[in-house]
Design a protein around this ligand. Structure first.
Ligand SMILES: [Zn+2]
Length: 277
């Protein structure tokens, strides 16, 4: 890999760091999106629905709302109950004294758990800690923690009681988790505020020494982090891109001189960065 000390210096000397985090970061944190762990934690979901992992299971089409909410209650509760993972804590320590901003497509809440400032973490694809009207009849998000706890207390045989199924308080239709999976994704005031903060942050530092630290971002939704990071590295005079990715490091733009491509798992990269004096 590239010289860790050199990358550490670049980050230390930067006026600001913009972190872009994708699924690879949570995968490195060991959050069980993989099949093996999923089988162990949710055997009833594997048996009943043939589900294989946390990501694809979230697109499963349930016959009944009672089953759908039983599934989501388990999935979300699992994320609530896991601790802040080391890779996120290492990243937090790395950035603690920096001007930083985070944009992430991850929806598992790990940044906030690890201590990041909520005003500097833009969860652009939503968060599993919120629910919304399924057809976005109003642009409000609701915390789901209490609801989930209540559902699980009465959950049985992969179903919750009908009276606990979540209903939109405005149109009385279905509710949905706040994930961007269709055109009804709700972007509330908080989402728009963070989007603006992100744009302001870029504007403030575009002429300065700005580091784009891209962690585990693949080609699932490259238009959100990966392509813009390359474009801004290309356009801004003193910008540097550090792309940490085990498999997909190819650059689209001609920015080799301003880019460090690190073929490594995010967890071991951040661990090395932390150790290096
Ligand atoms: Zn509604």
């Amino acid at each position: 890999m590239n010289d860790v000390l050199k990358l550490k210096k670049i980050i230390e000397q930067a006026d600001a760091v913009i972190v872009g985090a994708g699924a690879g970061l949570s995968a490195a944190a060991g959050i069980p999106y993989g099949e093996k762990e999923f089988k162990k934690i949710f055997p009833e979901l594997v048996k009943r629905y043939g589900m294989t992992d946390m990501y694809t299971s979230s697109f499963f089409s349930f016959a009944r709302e009672e089953e759908r909410w039983s599934y989501w209650a388990k999935h979300i509760d699992f994320l609530y109950n896991i601790e802040a993972k080391k890779v996120y804590i290492d990243l937090f320590h790395l950035l603690q004294k920096k001007n930083y901003f985070v944009i992430t497509t991850n929806v598992d809440g790990q940044f906030l758990k690890a201590g990041f400032d909520p005003g500097r973490v833009f969860e652009v694809q939503g968060s599993l800690s919120k629910i919304q009207c399924a057809v976005a009849c109003h642009k409000k998000l609701y915390d789901d923690k209490e609801m989930i706890t209540h559902m699980l207390a009465f959950e049985k045989d992969c179903k919750i009681p009908t009276e606990l199924v979540s209903i939109c308080p405005v149109c009385k239709g279905k509710m949905e988790v706040n994930l961007r999976k269709d055109s009804f994704f709700v972007e509330d005031d908080h989402w728009h505020k963070l989007n603006q903060t992100y744009e302001n942050f870029i504007h403030t530092y575009k002429e300065k020494r700005l580091v784009f630290l891209e962690l585990g971002v693949g080609f699932h939704t490259p238009g959100i982090i990966r392509f813009p990071f390359e474009q801004m590295t290309h356009d801004f005079k003193d910008a540097t891109l550090i792309r940490v990715n085990e498999r997909e490091r190819t650059l689209i733009l001609d920015i080799q001189k301003k880019t460090f491509l690190v073929q490594e798992d995010c967890a071991s990269f951040l661990e090395k960065l932390k150790e290096k004096k």
